[in-house]
Design a protein around this ligand. Structure first.
Ligand SMILES: *Cc1c(COP(=O)(O)O)cnc(C)c1O
Length: 421
């Protein structure tokens, strides 16, 4: 029996999470399947922005660092985010960007290894991880070498099944994105971490496509360091600050290299010498972007009304439905599923390659269905269980089928590339 639109309507009626959609502003006529790149706007964000600008900044002025709790905002938001990634209060800060946070934790992890196992000179990662992670690792390696340290090597695997072979005794750090941004492949964090620890490697996990998308158990997995975004599945707003987590046992082992005054033990003592604060706060650097940081709470407040387990169930149902419907409706088109069919091994996205993937995505956007495009030829569909309905999945596939069948993607405007794809 083919799946019908009315089956999907029934599933929406039975969906206990359906009311959460009302807490987001979503424009009419749009099916938004790109919450993996920029989450939708929580309705509460507008009032919060107004409060921060008119009251806290406008009226409170400099007093608001104390009276509005600006100064401890990175830690407070960290405490609020912690349960979503299996961490405790006091283990996480929301600050800076994912790229910058990765630099900090990678440097701390290498320094930790340097002190106890200096022969370990390799960082293992994936060739197809999000490129900034590799750029940051390479930049750090170059920086250390420029200062006379023996060389580090970046060892890149091409597929998850190469991981075990890459984890030799020479590995200092295993740096992985938990859910791959291209394929949606999800590593088993606990198993991979245990395997890395067997050889004495430390783990750095990038949770950009995991936080708010899938349950994450940082402490239960014995992970060492983690970073991630708040502007993707956590709906913090464009360019909202990222987060950084360090296992409690490592937090005070070293201080990170961006030793700015916000990580100082007594920032307002204005001492000439750096002394790091105890705990996760030493991973802060300088003054935080308060207006942007404040909005992160609006997204996190919505997560507090449900659980990651409930969201995961719906996410798996949405991605499974999408794969089934594409198979049902688009089987005679050259679409290659590159996301694992096993739901346990995938995040909250589904990716297909199509020879004209870029143009097909532009044609979808012109029809109000918004996924995104990533090289090479990848059409990426993100499913945010907080606001995506089962009928949205049905309607998106119907539009995709029409575009593929009519070849309406084959127009010159759909081949022109803007700066951001
Ligand atoms: C989105 C993403 C980033 C983004 O880093 P920024 O510093 O916020 O630009 C980093 N790593 C991964 C794996 C990502 O998916």
């Amino acid at each position: 029996m083919p799946i019908t639109r009315s089956d999907c309507e029934t599933r929406d009626q039975q969906d206990a999470l359906a009311p959460l959609r009302d807490q987001f502003f979503l424009p009419d006529g749009v099916i938004y399947l790109d919450g993996n790149s920029l989450g939708a706007q929580p309705r509460a964000a507008l009032a919060r922005a107004q409060q921060v600008i008119t009251q806290e900044w406008g009226v409170g002025l400099i007093r608001s660092w104390n009276t509005a709790g600006w100064f401890e905002l990175p830690q407070r938001l960290g405490d609020q985010l912690a349960p979503l990634v299996g961490a405790q209060a006091g283990e996480l800060v929301v600050t800076d960007t994912t790229s910058i946070n990765l630099f900090k934790v990678l440097a701390a992890a290498l320094r930790q290894q340097q002190a106890t196992a200096p022969a370990k000179r390799v960082i293992v990662s994936e060739r197809r991880t999000f490129p900034t992670d590799l750029y940051i690792a390479q930049g750090l390696i170059d920086q250390l070498q420029a200062h006379g340290a023996p060389a580090y090597e970046l060892r890149l695997i091409d597929a998850p099944d190469e991981l075990s072979a890459a984890l030799g005794d020479d590995v200092a750090v295993l740096m992985l994105t938990h859910v791959n941004y291209q394929t949606g492949y999800m590593f088993d964090m606990a198993a991979v971490t245990a395997r890395a620890h067997q050889t004495g490697a430390l783990t750095v996990w990038d949770l950009a496509h995991s936080a708010g998308a899938v349950p994450v158990a940082l402490n239960a997995s014995q992970a060492d360091y983690a970073v991630g975004c708040t502007y993707k599945y956590l709906n913090g707003g464009p360019g909202s600050p990222a987060f950084l987590w360090v296992h409690a046992k490592h937090q005070n082992a070293f201080w990170q290299p961006l030793s700015g005054w916000w990580g100082h033990a007594r920032p307002f003592a204005m001492e000439p010498g750096y002394r790091p604060r105890q705990g996760i706060s030493r991973y802060l650097c300088g003054t935080q972007p308060i207006t942007s940081l404040a909005l992160v709470a609006c997204g996190l407040d919505i997560f507090a009304q449900t659980s990651m387990a409930a969201l995961r169930d719906k996410s798996v149902a949405l991605t499974t439905l999408f794969i089934q419907l594409v198979q049902q409706a688009c089987n005679d088109h050259p679409l290659t599923l590159i996301t694992p069919t096993d739901p346990a091994r995938r995040g909250s996205q589904v990716s297909y390659q199509h020879p004209q993937g870029f143009a097909v995505v532009q044609a979808l956007i012109a029809r109000g269905v918004i996924p995104d495009y990533r090289e090479p030829r990848i059409m990426r569909f993100g499913f945010t269980p907080l606001y995506t309905r089962f009928v949205d999945v049905w309607d998106a596939v119907a539009v995709l089928q029409e575009i593929l069948t009519s070849r309406s993607w084959d127009q010159s405007d759909f081949h022109q590339r803007a700066a951001v794809t």
